[in-house]
Design a protein around this ligand. Structure first.
Ligand SMILES: Nc1nc2c(ncn2[C@@H]2O[C@H](COP(=O)(O)OP(=O)(O)OP(=O)(O)O)[C@@H](O)[C@H]2O)c(=O)[nH]1
Ligand SMILES: [Mg+2]
Ligand SMILES: [Zn+2]
Length: 310
């Protein structure tokens, strides 16, 4: 029978079968999907074939988001499959989300053609200065064509984000402690999952959510309840190692760098040292943000060093 993977615990999977029942399923040790090396061959959002509580097949994915667990790791991890969009939860402070993290995540969304929105959370905690920083960041990413919103998940009404999430499958991701699970609970108006405090000593999250899980939003239609969107809450991640980018293609995943690069003297310009580089020029004039360029360099550096290659 066919089903949808709605929770992954590492050793087993909860599958929502086509008949509406849930089944706890496993995969055989030698189960692999051709072409993708990852620590989890099956991810939340996968459509699978189940026989006697064994997952025997995974349908071809429309898309997925994948990352290296650490920069040095050869193992990659699929965050979720078959999604309509990523909502990256970002906090300017408590904890600090780095622009490198944001840009590496966005570059991966570009590479796998998944639309991304940025949700800036915890605005109630920000100082004047941090609010100004927030405004700058929003202006930057909006100028690149990314949708951004700012909010406080602790005071969010379930309907506040409806226009963004209705009818779609959305992957919630971000660093630990940014408020993914708090946001999820707010969207449902009740406690669907556990949230955790930020550590006093380090102002960082404590990895409260340990498994990815898909939740189903519903709406009232007359007397009937109808499904109206799917949200996948995931464990917080630290670094975001991008995978398998060729040096030449890294710029394709930075919209403004790709755009400016059309005017470089050399068509294979890496925008690092070449004469007549239009990207370098735009950095000097301030038309390309230095933070973006630094993120570009950090990925380029990984690709050049071949760190990620097997
Ligand atoms: N002041 C304030 N606190 C918030 C807000 N959103 C979340 N928090 C708090 O931040 C802490 C961490 O929230 P979680 O929802 O557990 O964070 P998470 O992103 O799910 O973290 P992991 O599961 O570890 O990845 C909790 O104490 C929340 O109450 C907000 O908008 N304002
Ligand atoms: Mg969580
Ligand atoms: Zn160039």
């Amino acid at each position: 029978m066919r089903g949808l993977v709605i929770k992954s615990t590492g050793s087993s999977y909860i599958v929502r079968m086509d008949d509406g029942s849930n089944a706890e399923c496993r995969i055989k040790g030698n189960f692999r999907i051709r072409g993708i090396r990852s620590t989890n061959p099956v991810a939340v959002g996968d459509f699978v074939t189940v026989e006697d509580e064994w997952i025997t097949d995974v349908e071809e994915r429309r898309n997925y988001i994948i990352r290296r667990s650490t920069n040095l790791s050869k193992e990659s991890h699929i965050l979720a499959a078959n999604i309509d969009q990523v909502a990256l939860i970002v906090t300017v402070n408590h904890p600090v989300t780095s622009t490198t993290f944001i840009d590496r995540f966005l570059a991966t969304c570009e590479a796998y053609r998944v639309p991304a929105i940025l949700i800036f959370n915890k605005i109630d905690l920000l100082t004047e200065e941090e609010l100004a920083q927030l405004a700058d960041l929003r202006a930057l990413y909006e100028s690149l064509g990314y949708k951004t919103v700012e909010l406080s998940a602790i005071s969010l009404q379930p309907s506040d984000l409806s226009p963004l999430l209705e009818g779609k499958t959305t992957l919630l991701s971000g660093n630990s402690g940014v408020g993914k699970s708090t946001l999820l609970n707010a969207l449902f108006g009740k406690e669907m999952t556990r949230t955790g405090k930020i550590s006093d000593a380090h102002d960082k999250g404590m990895h409260t959510t340990t498994f990815s899980e898909m939740y189903f939003l519903e709406m009232e239609n007359g007397k009937r309840k109808m499904e109206n969107g799917r949200i996948i809450d995931t464990p917080g991640i630290k670094g975001f190692g991008t995978i398998d980018f060729e040096k030449e293609e890294v710029s394709h995943y930075f919209r403004e760098i790709f755009e400016a690069g059309r005017d470089c003297r050399f068509s294979n310009c890496t925008h690092t040292h070449e004469p007549g580089c239009a990207v370098q020029e735009k950095i000097i004039t301030g038309d390309i943000a230095i933070s973006r360029y630094e993120s570009y360099l950090s990925i380029l550096n990984d690709a050049t060093e071949g760190k990620y290659r097997a």
